[in-house]
Design a protein around this ligand. Structure first.
Ligand SMILES: Nc1ncnc2c1ncn2[C@@H]1O[C@H](COP(=O)(O)OP(=O)(O)OP(=O)(O)O)[C@@H](O)[C@H]1O
Ligand SMILES: [Mg+2]
Length: 359
């Protein structure tokens, strides 16, 4: 029978970070949820580095996937104790529920996260172009780069200035193309990798949410790092999210990871607004032939299997990449192009469901 005991038993041989004892005997398994064959495991690995975290997550996935009746496995890991408590979910944890600390950001109406389980699927590109599309429709939009490991929004927007401090030492975001941006990319060297453990990641994400002078915003769009970890949990526990947009390519590998990302938001009780399928069909500019480079209809299939709405499909087009590399995102550079129109269509769905302050 598929129950918590069976799952714990399957995890019992997985060696903890540091090599001594198993993750079960060392009490690393914080939570196991099972719902219609989907197993969600929350781990707290306070001393794990990235490689160990990946090894343990993969081992958990393989061990539990092998059990009878398991359709999918999601592993959410935190490397800090505090977010481990957050991951415990709505039940009352012993030291109080960290979600109780959630508070809106004054003046900010909608807070929307752009996420995926997998790297490189176009989260940042989608985030920036949706933000621009919303701004071009008249909304006031902020952008927070919460990808503290590999910030990229400052590059996508072609910004080389830095934020300034206000009179009360609050951080003033940098403005470009009508958007207000805050990113760790302003403060770090682009060629130096950032290797941070959980508590620091949590601190930076919180600071960017709460200590930046965002002013009145209709939408604060947040670009997340790939995966399901400390940045995602901190976000969910610090502010009430309007919802998350999950980005995926149509390929099977990307979809598996995207679904993990989606389940993570469900696990922390944050609503999922919908799925954006990126890098869908390529239309040859010379002959008009259509090629499904990353397969086709993956987002649609995911939408059917998860009952989450598909907000739109963005074709793959060299102009999107070129726009990102040159700091002129396609919605800004060529607002009438078919790709920009695909972004506007998604932005319009967001506006209809979550209106700006002044319609
Ligand atoms: N629809 C598209 N057509 C062509 N190129 C695209 C498209 N979407 C994204 N790209 C390109 O793919 C690359 C990865 O995109 P991006 O950085 O937005 O992904 P990401 O999911 O944010 O990655 P990471 O996980 O590293 O943060 C970039 O070079 C970007 O310009
Ligand atoms: Mg990114």
């Amino acid at each position: 029978m598929l129950d918590r005991q069976a799952v714990t038993h399957a995890l019992a041989d997985i060696i903890d970070a540091g090599g001594s004892g198993s993750i079960v005997t060392n009490d690393r398994v914080q939570k196991v949820d099972i719902e219609r064959g989907v197993v969600r495991i929350t781990l707290a690995l306070p001393n794990a580095d990235r490689d160990e975290k990946d090894r343990i997550e993969d081992a958990c996935f393989d061990a539990v996937m092998g059990l009878d009746g398991v359709k999918d496995v999601t592993v959410v890991t935190t490397t800090s104790q505090q977010s481990a408590q957050a991951a415990q979910g709505p039940g009352p944890p012993p030291t109080g529920n960290p979600f109780d600390d959630q508070a809106p950001i004054p003046g900010v109406k909608n807070i929307i996260a752009v996420a995926s389980g997998k790297g490189g699927v176009g989260k940042s590109t989608v985030c920036v172009n949706l933000a621009l599309a919303l701004a071009k429709r008249g909304a006031t939009v902020g952008l927070l780069d919460a990808d503290v490991y590999g910030p990229s929004l400052h590059i996508l927007l072609g910004i080389d200035s830095r934020p300034t401090a206000g009179k009360d030492k609050e951080i003033r975001p940098v403005e470009k193309h009508g958007l207000k941006l805050m990113s760790l990319g302003f403060l770090t060297d682009d060629s130096t990798p950032v290797i941070w453990r959980g508590p620091i990641v949590m601190g930076v994400v919180k600071k960017f949410l709460l200590d930046v002078e965002w002013g009145d915003l209709d939408y604060l769009m947040i670009d997340l790092p790939p995966g399901t970890g400390d940045a995602q949990l901190t976000l969910a526990q610090t502010v009430p999210l309007t919802g998350a947009i999950i980005v995926t390519t149509p390929s099977k590998l990307s979809l598996v990871d995207a679904e993990k990302g989606l389940r993570m938001f469900e696990q922390v009780d944050a609503p999922v607004i919908g799925i954006v399928e990126n890098m869908s069909t390529f239309v040859c500019p010379h002959c008009g032939e259509r090629t499904d480079i990353f397969d086709s209809d993956g987002g649609q299939k995911m939408s059917e299997s998860t009952s989450v709405e598909i907000l739109g499909s963005i074709p793959i087009d060299p102009a999107v990449r070129a726009g990102g590399d040159s700091g002129k995102p396609i919605v800004h550079a060529d607002g009438n192009s078919p790709i920009a129109k695909a972004f506007f269509a998604v932005a319009d769905k967001i506006r209809q469901r979550f209106p700006a302050r002044v319609a």
